[in-house]
Design a protein around this ligand. Structure first.
Ligand code: ADP
Ligand code: MG
Ligand code: MG
Length: 918
């Protein structure tokens, strides 16, 4: 009995509620997991001795309470009510006001805040504590009926939407949500009064509006708006917890890989009012420009406004200073002019915050009747170019060290600096259809869609789309993700669309006022030009320009001084080499510009594709279709000069660096012609009858060409092919050496699974080497002979193979194909389902499957190096450009990774990060 009693009464030892305010705080910035990002930083700003920034007092209910709430079907832990009341008492003491007091009421906001910021995904309710009784006190205290009813109508709107509708699980039809319905009443009121702005409505109008709102709520939701401060408070708290499992939050978590177990915290905070008249304002700012990284304070604000007004795009926000001016807002009064004292104080605070956090901060501030308050600070989202610029600058400024700088940039973000832009020539030739704000850099083109669902649907079908909206809201995120770019008619640089696009590094233009969108007819008009869904648009997100049609793109990534500085910083800690996969001298040169330290894969058969390939391709076909050794020898002889020329050009372009040349690995079936004319030409050239040629073609047909007569198997059966290729490589090298060039060819034999295959070929290679040395009167050539490890058996018997091979290069595309038994070209039918059902966490052809294929790699390296400790090891599959896979390659001790030229900078960063993480 006794034990039962104690169990029942056991009070929770957890603190659950953390107070901040009056120069003190229970929490700190390090407690994000428990307090959420917002709560932890509010505590830091309020309580840290170096900061002591004016923050309205309040308290944070922890994420653990949220977890408890979900584990116990919406119940709070015992004692929470008491803890909340105690914290509220402290706030009341500081503010000398009482919550629910009809004379001088304290009002609070109830704000969500997870560990990681989820912009706009969860809910916030402002002005909680306003009731029929308390509003009279507020009117008396503020001396403004207009202000009080403005606050009240905002409370009613947010509360009915967040608490009474969303948290209650009501899912109204599109455009039928309670918020929209109330907004319509507001619009009607403005129309009746013949005004445009909310601020032009007076106290009487707003009071009437509040009454209409409440009636509407009763009518639609069948419930009255609660006229009790405490009811409102707990309604708000419950709704924030509930919003953690709202549809939008779940969708966002899935995209950002945020675990559901984290939960959100709830912040209850004293209201400060930016809507108290013309001496009040509210705004958002960044300590540096998040669009390009310049070390310039940047922000937007609105006079006489509250909360989300700046982000919501109801009025065009004004610039806080000169840095923040654009064509759209240059005629509006800057904060630095309108309230110079406030601006100066804000400027000082942002400097202090950045120094304290040692990173760019994204802040929210409110000015209440000439008094400045900070409401939020967090590390600001930034696009790739800005991330790189800030990292480089902050090292120079001595704010962070090199390692920190390297950690600050995500490898994928570099992609944005390497991304195509709209070709300036094309832009010159076309007049823009409209101009908005440059919210996400680079260029993009696609077909117009007007809603997120269509964007997702069309993108699934492989179409490129641009999502065109009045403005975006959190419900649109999946469509925004699927689109090439986002274009909105409203909103500023801190609007939802801009924030989200910036986070993803997506091309985005916002606030393009020239657009006249008609969702119903699925049409958009701009300066008399009408476009419909499916029509093409091109965006220049760096300048904010919109063009009709599909304009040419180009890459402008070569001469990027800041990027090069950043990559040099990366190189200073990186230990693994980065090579490139390149088959032509042009590709080789480009990769060198990007910092490649050699070629990890030169595919010989590549010269038979594309421009100028007809002649060598014809010779190759002849060789493939030869039957007698004489025929084949003759064909190879004709082919030889083409092969040699290509290799020589590439070796020369890569002077001083190693070049791995893979011997011919042609999928034979791909090279056999199908057209009668071509077949006839071949027959003629081989001096055989058409029927004979057709017979030979049919003999080449394999039922499983991927596992057919290819790679080393071809060399074993037709040593002449190996002879020709090796001779081409070595003679090209010998000629360059004679010309005093430093070249380092590495001969790579593909598709080896048995050590004896390699031994067989090595004999040929050594024999040709001897011949070439003699011919050019050279003592030696710096050449290595090695193999690709792409067959599981090769990985397992690597010790025997490395008796012959001087290097290994993991061909992880085929290794994955063979290891999984997945045909590389046919995964489309089942892999998406595998990923959806979480049977596999990633596409193994994109990111190395460390559990399985990774074991083959580890085993291959280990066994290979047991026999040959200095064995050079690299990777040349697609995975060589994938940051996660690069980290793995580093971990298992590879000497280099090789990737496509455009991925080289990304690989340099990923390899540097891997070295730091070690
Ligand atoms: P989000 O995470 O979506 O930014 P917030 O909790 O930051 O949501 O709140 C939304 C808006 O309301 C912000 O502009 C914020 O500055 C404002 N706000 C929140 N609490 C208060 C408060 N106590 N006083 C004044 N404004 C507030
Ligand atoms: Mg919000
Ligand atoms: Mg916020």
């Amino acid at each position: 009995m006794a034990s039962k009693k104690t169990k029942k009464k056991a009070t929770r030892v957890k603190k659950d509620v953390y107070f901040f305010g009056g120069g003190k705080a229970d929490g700190s910035a390090g407690m994000k997991n428990l307090l959420g990002g917002k709560g932890a930083n509010l505590a830091e700003m309020a309580g840290h001795p170096n900061l002591r920034i004016p923050v309205p007092p309040g308290f944070t209910i922890t994420t653990e309470v949220c977890t408890y709430f979900y584990k116990n079907r919406g119940k709070y832990p015992a004692g929470l009510k008491e803890k909340v009341n105690a914290a509220l008492k402290k706030v009341e003491a500081i503010m000398s006001k009482k919550f629910g007091d009809p004379e001088d009421p304290l009002l609070v906001s109830v704000r969500s805040g997870a560990r990681q910021s989820m912009p706009g995904m969860m809910e916030t309710v402002l002005n909680i504590g306003l009731t029929q009784k308390t509003i009279k006190g507020l009117i008396r205290q503020s001396g403004s009926e207009r202000f009080a009813y403005d606050a009240y109508r905002r409370l009613i709107t947010m509360y009915s939407d967040v608490v009474m509708e969303k948290a209650a699980g009501i899912e109204p039809a599109e455009g039928k949500g309670i918020r929209r319905q109330l907004e319509k009443l507001l619009e009607k009121k403005k129309e009746q009064k013949g005004v445009k702005l909310d601020t032009e409505l007076d106290g009487k109008d707003l009071k009437e509006l509040c009454d209409q709102y409440k009636k509407k709520i009763k009518q639609v939701l069948k419930k009255g708006f609660p006229d009790d401060a405490y009811k409102q408070l707990w309604g708000g708290i419950g709704a924030v917890f509930a919003s953690w499992n709202g549809k939008r939050a779940i969708a966002y978590r899935r995209i950002e890989n945020i675990p559901a177990e984290w939960g959100t915290a709830v912040n209850v905070q004293t209201m400060v009012f930016g809507n108290l008249g013309d001496n009040s304002a509210t705004g958002v700012a960044f300590t540096r420009d998040p669009g390009n990284g310049d070390n310039k304070f940047y922000g937007e604000y609105l006079i006489n406004a509250q909360g989300e007004d700046v982000v919501a795009g109801i009025r065009t926000p004004a610039p806080i200073n000169k840095n923040s001016q654009s064509e759209h807002n240059e005629n509006l009064v800057m904060l630095s002019q309108a309230m110079p004292k406030m601006y100066k104080q804000l400027f000082g605070i942002q400097k202090r915050l950045e120094k304290h956090y040692r990173d760019m901060q994204d802040i929210e501030f409110t000015i209440e009747d000439g008094k400045l308050f900070l409401l939020q600070t967090r590390t600001g989202k930034r696009n790739g170019p800005a991330a790189v610029k800030m990292a480089v600058d902050m090292v120079r400024e001595g704010m962070i060290n090199k390692k920190e700088a390297i950690k600050r940039v995500k490898p994928e973000q570099l992609d944005e600096l390497l991304h195509p832009i709209v070709d300036p020539k094309g832009e010159k030739a076309n007049r823009p259809l409209g101009k908005g704000l440059p919210a996400g850099p680079g260029g993009a083109k696609g077909m117009i869609v007007f809603d997120a669902d269509t964007a997702v649907e069309w993108a699934k079908k492989g179409k490129k789309v641009i999502l065109v909206r009045e403005d975006t809201n959190p419900e649109d995120v999946e469509g925004m993700r699927a689109a090439q770019a986002i274009l909105t008619a409203r909103g500023g640089m801190t609007s939802h669309a801009a924030l989200v696009a910036r986070g993803w590094g997506k091309c985005c233009v916002v606030g393009c006022g020239d657009l006249d969108i008609d969702y119903g007819k699925r049409k958009v008009k701009a300066h008399g030009v009408a476009l419909k869904e499916g029509d093409w648009l091109t965006l220049n997100g760096t300048k904010g320009l919109v063009y009709k049609g599909s304009l040419p793109m180009m890459d402008a990534t070569k001469e990027n001084v800041v990027l090069n500085k950043f990559l040099k910083i990366c190189d200073s800690v990186r230990r693994m080499k980065i090579r490139t996969n390149a088959d032509t001298p042009e590709d080789a040169r480009r990769a060198r510009d990007f910092g490649a330290e050699g070629i990890g894969l030169f595919r010989m058969e590549h010269m038979f594709y594309g421009e100028g390939a007809e002649k060598p391709l014809f010779k190759l076909r002849k060789m493939i279709l030869s039957e007698t050794p004489e025929e084949r020898r003759a064909a190879l002889k004709e082919l030889y000069p083409y092969v040699k020329k290509d290799i020589k050009g590439t070796l020369e372009a890569m002077e001083g660096l190693p070049v791995t040349v893979r011997l011919l690995d042609p999928p034979l079936h791909e090279f056999v012609p199908h057209q009668e004319g071509q077949l006839r030409d071949l027959a003629k050239s081989l001096k055989i009858h058409m029927s004979e040629l057709k017979k030979r073609v049919s003999l080449l047909k394999e039922s499983n060409p991927m596992m057919g007569h290819r790679g080393v198997r071809l060399g074993v059966t037709y040593p002449g092919i190996t002879e020709m290729s090796v001779r081409a490589i070595l003679e090209a090298a010998a000629e360059l050496v004679k010309a005093k060039k430093k070249v380092f060819p590495e001969i790579m034999i593909p598709v080896v699974g048995i050590d004896n295959e390699l031994r067989d070929q090595e004999v040929v290679v050594r024999r040709i080497l001897k011949e070439v040395l003699k011919k050019y009167k050279l003592k030696s050539l710096p050449v290595l002979v090695g193999t690709m490890i792409e067959i599981p058996r090769a990985a397992l018997t690597a010790d025997r193979i490395s008796e012959v091979a001087e290097f290994f290069s993991f061909g992880t595309n085929d290794l994955t194909q063979m290891g999984f038994g997945f045909s590389r070209d046919d995964t489309g039918t089942f892999l998406p389902t595998y990923l959806e059902k979480k049977i596999l966490p990633n596409d193994p052809f994109q990111t190395i499957d460390q559990d399985g294929i990774g074991q083959l790699i580890r085993c291959g390296i280990e066994r290979g190096r047991k026999v040959r400790p200095k064995l050079k090891v690299g990777i040349c599959g697609e995975h060589g450009g994938d940051p996660k896979s690069i980290a793995f390659c580093y971990k298992v001790g590879m000497d280099y990774v090789s990737c496509s030229p455009f991925r080289v900078p990304i690989a340099r960063l990923a390899a540097a990060q891997a070295a730091i993480r070690e």
